[in-house]
Design a protein around this ligand. Sequence first.
Ligand SMILES: NC(=O)c1ccc[n+]([C@@H]2O[C@H](COP(=O)([O-])OP(=O)(O)OC[C@H]3O[C@@H](n4cnc5c(N)ncnc54)[C@H](OP(=O)(O)O)[C@@H]3O)[C@@H](O)[C@H]2O)c1
Length: 306
Amino acid sequence: MYLEFLLIILKINELTKFKPNNVKVCIFEPNNNLEILNTQISIIGCGWLGLPLAKLLVENGFIIKGSTTSKAKLASLKQYHIQPYVITLNPSGITGPYVQFLAGSDTVIINIPPGLRKNPSKNHVAEVEHLIQAIEETQSIKNVLYISSTSVFKDTVDFPIITAETPPNATSDSAKQLIKIEQMLQASSSFNTTILRFGGLIGETRHPAKFLAGRTNISNPKAPINLIHKTDCLAIILSTLKNSLWNQTLNAAYPSHPNKKEYYTNYCKQNDLAVPHYSFSEESEGKIIDSSSLVQLLDYNFKETP
Ligand SMILES: NC(=O)c1ccc[n+]([C@@H]2O[C@H](COP(=O)([O-])OP(=O)(O)OC[C@H]3O[C@@H](n4cnc5c(N)ncnc54)[C@H](OP(=O)(O)O)[C@@H]3O)[C@@H](O)[C@H]2O)c1
């Protein structure tokens, strides 16, 4: 009888010893999901990156409002449970129901390229300035995630290593506009801003090799490549949101940087494309994008080798 009693006491002790951990798992997991379930995000620019991002966030339980400039895309956004809006940022103002598009969101993701290749005289800064003002007027949006580009850093002959601390210094019109937008967002006291600067985006249907194949006189053959796959962009954005990583400026490119000639020659050979030919008459200019701050902060492992 006494032995039985002792065994019961020991069993109770053993159970209570493990209780805190068990309880912790039960409490935190549903809470996290509930937080996400109640979080609404407005994504301005559901294009090549923005549409799969919107889909991924819906799959992860976020409520997503997404924008396009084209009425024809509304149905396809709706099909993926994205609340669709036709919104266009213009230098003179915003067209479309932007107040409704922003209403109720915690976070806005700005996912629009400057578009100067198509329209070299475009004032993209003025376009985003109107959006910032609209976000501030909501008085409820807490965070802005700006998808920027590593093109804000100059390419030089010494191939500098660019870290999260390196100040942007590129001088092309497009880079100057991106830098200005980054600064305007960071200067707002109405919301937190995180800037994710991606290297060259690649994916199943997009690869610079397709453009370079068979061409001649290509510059910067010795420059290191700084590419990032769409899968990694999406995972990094999701992790940024889930970890509430606000008020950061981070660079992201796959952490292997073979030179352009070596990389594209191999890629084209492996993919049955005509190899490009390079010009060595001028010294190559480039840079190495170091993503280690992002890797550390998000405990991130890159998934897709370019
Ligand atoms: N391309 C690269 O290698 C690279 C490198 C680093 C970073 N990035 C950044 O990655 C992000 C995503 O680029 P992406 O390739 O996915 O772009 P994308 O396919 O061209 O999509 C852009 C999206 O923005 C919308 N949009 C364009 N101009 C607009 C305006 N004036 N007002 C409102 N919406 C507008 C487009 O509307 P529609 O749906 O009507 O087309 C589209 O939904 C951008 O922020 C870009 O700067 C790109």
